[in-house]
Each structure stands twice: as C-alpha cells, then as structure tokens.
Design a protein around this ligand. Structure first.
Ligand code: B12
Ligand code: SF4
Ligand code: SF4
Length: 403
C-alpha cells in the first residue's frame, strides 16, 4: 500500500479528531509569529495587568516562535472543542437574566476543566498517528501550558477570524470553543488560513462590555482589550481586592464572563452546543447559597470539591471575594426584597469574621451596599472595633461612608 500524502494524512487526522469531539480543526507549519510587535505594544501599555507570566522575557521570546516550545516540530495541529451555546439559559443565565440573584459562571467553566480534558484527547490523537503511520511520532500537546500565541496559529490554521471582542470566531460555529495544539515531527498538509474578518460594521460586543474593556480595532485591524478591566481577569486572574470602580459593573458574574460572546450575532445564529464534559452538573445556585456553602469550607475542602473544575484557580478566598461583590450588587438592586436582605445579612455577618482579610474586606463592601443601613452599620461598627488589618479597616471606612 502507498504511504498517504501529507494532505491525505491531514484529512484522516481531521476525521479522527472529529470522532474525539473536536469539531474545529486545522494544520499550520511552525512559523514565527507575525503579531509580536502588537503583543509587545500591548504589554507596554500594561493591558496585561498582574498576569506577569505573559510579560516574562523568556516566555516572550518563546511566543515569538512556536518552534521554541518543541524544536523538532514540522506541523502544528490546531483543534477547537466546543463548550456551549446560547440555549443554556434555562440552566444558568442568559442575556435576559443578568439581574437575577444567581451566581453566573462563564459557560466554559460550568463542568470539567478543559486544561485536563483537551490534553488527554490530544494524547489519544498522537497515539492514533503512531498507529496510522507505523512510526514513533514525537509530539507535544499544548493547552495554555506553554507560551504560544494559540489564536494566531488557529487563525492561520483556518479555524476562524479575530472578532472585535478579540475572540476567534468560526463562521459556522461561533466562538464558544476552546483551543488545543498538538505539535508533531511529521509533515502534514497545511490548511487554508482564514483571511477575511466578518465583523463588518457591528460593534455589539464593544457596546455591551460592562467595564469598557474592549477598545475596538487598532490601525492594523487588530482588536484590543484592556485585560485589567475584563471581568474574566478580575474574577479569575486578579489575586487581591477587586478595584472599587469595577465592582458594580460585575453584576452577578462570579467567574469569567461571556457577555461579549452572548451579544455576538455569530453565536446567536450558529453556536450549537458543546461537549457534555463542559455541561453543568447542577443548576445555577443563588449568590447567597453559594457563598454560605464556601464560608463553611476550608481551603483544602474547597480544592477537593473543585479539583476537576476551573473554579479551583481563584481558590476559596478569590471565589468568595467574587460572590460578595455579586451579593453587594444584588442588595443595591431595586428589586431586592426584605427576605433576600435578611438572608444576605446572615451570610455577610459570617463573612465579616472570616480568617481571610480579602473575604472580610469584600463583606464590608457588600454591607455598605444595603439599602436599609441600620443593621449593616451595627455589624460594621462592631467589626471595626476588633479589626486590625489595614485593608479591611479601609473597606469598613468606605462602607460606613456609603451608608
Ligand atoms: C491571557 C488570556 C486571557 C486574558 C486576556 C484576554 C485577551 N483577549 O488577550 C483574560 C483573563 C482577560 C482572558 C479572558 C478570556 N479568555 Co482567555 N486566554 C488568555 C491566553 C492564556 C493568552 C492570550 C494572549 O496572549 N493575549 C494577548 C493578546 C495580545 O494576544 P491574542 O489574544 O492571542 O491575539 C491578539 C493578536 O494576535 C492581535 N491580532 C489579531 N489580528 C491581528 C492582525 C494583525 C496584522 C496584528 C499585527 C495583530 C493581530 O489581536 C489579538 C487580540 O488582541 C489564551 C491562551 C493562549 N495561550 O493564547 C487564552 C484564550 C485566549 N482565552 C480563551 C477564553 C475562552 C477566554 C474567555 C472567553 C473566558 C471567559 N468566559 O471568561 C475570556 C474572554 C475575554 C475576551 N474578550 O478576550 C480562549 C479563547 C478561544 C477563542 N475562541 O478565541 C483561549 C485561546 C484559551 C484556550 N486554550 O482556548 N483570557
Ligand atoms: S468578557 Fe466580559 S468584561 Fe471581558 S471583554 Fe468581554 S464583555 Fe467585557
Ligand atoms: S459582536 Fe459584532 S463586532 Fe463583536 S465580535 Fe461579534 S460580529 Fe464582531
């Protein structure tokens, strides 16, 4: 039997990848990045905030050339794993449900963590290549695990275009997908790059972003984000307190954010539902119940409970910080009833004496948002008399002034 050509091998690999659940697929040669000047200018403006791993010199060097992450590579296989669609609203949230008292978690994070799901599937794809070629194909799987500009490679592999919201969008599947890379020392037929962008005059994402993180396209057409303002950054990457000026805009988003994808017409029309591994195991929980549950857990217990979930990343204290911002926002809402206020007060009383200053500080802020001030003022004053942490005292001062 003749050996398959590189193009035939790519086609067979595409079919195998689809069987594994990768509905988006492409192949690129490992060429140096054409976006490094943009990337450097982005860092120069500090748009990456506290994500120091993006700015480290060695990592920056490696981003400029994917070969630095796996020198023997001859081809890079890019796959997309879909995780959701617009119709998960009944289970969690949707554009219409932003004001509810539910804790809204970004779609990609409602089930298993893609950082463990995708690598396992890509290792199987690599093993399949061994069998198919009869060779010991050397490969490296990358899913946010090495400094590589995944989206630039994905665009060159024909997976989609860069939307104004900075997401990679596929014209027939939308943008609710995650990327994974498999670098191999094997020649595969490359895919046609994606060369047009289909946003046209639409600016729905820029207008809908509650924190003004999306800055539109620059002079070369690249979409720009100030990550420091993005709710995804604030709730997942930021370690310390949420800056005061962004708290109200977070609403009830407690982990990540999908707003700039929810409003995108390409998702409204084409997103089709994702792999069941990302589906929520349980219906959405209220902000108050969620916070009460975490307040009862140790960090160890939290890590055990969320071992398979992306929610492990911000740790118990980061997740409680986010939930307390959500509770403060719910308390300020016009529709907040006395029953919710009473339940919130119970949770905030516990949070105000939590071992973590980050949690106590955000509990103080949430108390400052209550419409009926007498109960919250009494709690805040009682805590003020025993509190020694300067950050928490500052939050308490601010909350008492808000009263
Ligand atoms: C850091 C990071 C973040 C940061 C910064 C986001 C950002 N837009 O840069 C924060 C924490 C905010 C974040 C948020 C989210 N992220 Co994120 N994130 C990353 C990570 C690890 C690095 C991205 C990066 O280097 N950013 C820096 C910018 C400068 O580079 P870039 O985005 O790759 O591409 C830019 C340039 O190439 C340039 N460009 C485009 N066209 C052109 C043309 C020319 C000529 C030039 C010069 C330049 C140029 O514009 C692009 C955007 O600014 C990637 C994984 C990876 N290794 O790539 C995931 C990744 C981008 N994130 C992902 C996801 C899913 C999300 C969230 C949706 C999660 C959520 N629901 O909360 C949000 C989306 C928010 C948003 N609108 O971007 C997916 C995106 C998949 C997709 N379909 O695009 C990725 C690829 C992870 C993965 N493996 O799937 N993320
Ligand atoms: S994820 Fe949310 S906060 Fe971040 S850019 Fe999109 S809409 Fe704005
Ligand atoms: S909402 Fe409009 S501008 Fe934004 S990414 Fe989608 S099509 Fe492009």
């Amino acid at each position: 039997m003749n050996e398959p050509s590189p193009a035939q091998l790519t086609e067979a690999l595409r079919q195998e990848a689809e069987l594994l659940g990768f509905t988006l697929f492409g192949v690129v040669r490992p060429q140096p990045s054409e976006h490094m000047a943009f990337y450097d200018a982005w860092l120069e403006r500090d748009y990456h905030g506290e994500m120091a791993y993006l700015a480290r010199d060695d990592a920056r060097e490696r981003r400029s050339d994917p070969l630095a992450s796996f020198p023997p590579a001859q081809s890079i296989v890019v796959v997309g794993h879909e995780y959701g669609n617009q119709r998960q609203e009944s289970l969690h949230d949707g554009p219409s449900d932003r004001q509810s008292d539910n804790a809204v978690i970004a779609r990609y994070a409602r089930g298993n963590d893609y950082h463990s799901v995708i690598p396992e599937l890509l290792e199987r794809l690599l093993a399949w290549l061994d069998g198919e070629t009869g060779e010991d194909v050397r490969g490296r799987v990358l899913v946010d695990t090495a400094p590589v500009l995944e989206r630039e490679l994905a665009r060159r592999a024909g997976v989609g275009w860069f939307g104004r919201n900075t997401m990679l969008i596929h014209p027939e599947r939308g943008s609710y997908f995650l990327l994974g890379l498999l670098m191999v020392d094997l020649e595969l037929g490359p895919s046609e790059p994606f060369s047009r962008e289909h946003c046209g005059t639409c600016r729905a994402c820029v207008d809908a972003c509650p924190t003004g993180a999306l800055l539109g396209r620059d002079e070369v057409g690249a979409p720009v984000i100030d990550a420091r303002r993005c709710i995804s950054y604030l709730t997942i990457e930021l370690k310390g307190p949420i800056p005061l000026e962004h708290r109200a805009a977070m609403g009830n988003r407690v982990f990540g954010c999908d707003i700039c994808q929810e409003v995108c017409p390409w998702n409204e029309r084409f997103s089709r539902g994702g792999d069941p591994t990302y589906a929520p195991g349980a219906p959405a929980e209220s902000l108050i119940d969620f916070a009460a549950r975490l307040l009862d857990m140790s960090e160890k217990g939290y890590q055990r409970a969320y071992a398979q979930s992306p929610l492990a990343r911000p740790r118990r204290k980061g997740m409680l910080r986010n939930l307390l911002v959500g509770i403060g926002n719910a308390l300020r809402a016009d529709a907040c009833d006395s029953e919710t206020e009473r339940e919130a007060l119970t949770v905030l009383r516990t949070a105000l004496s939590d071992a973590q200053p980050l949690v106590r500080g955000h509990a103080a802020w949430a108390l400052g948002q209550m419409a009926t001030a007498s109960a919250s003022t009494a709690l805040l004053r009682a805590r003020q008399s025993v509190e020694s942490d300067p950050y928490v005292l500052e939050e308490i001062d601010g909350a008492l002034r808000a009263d």
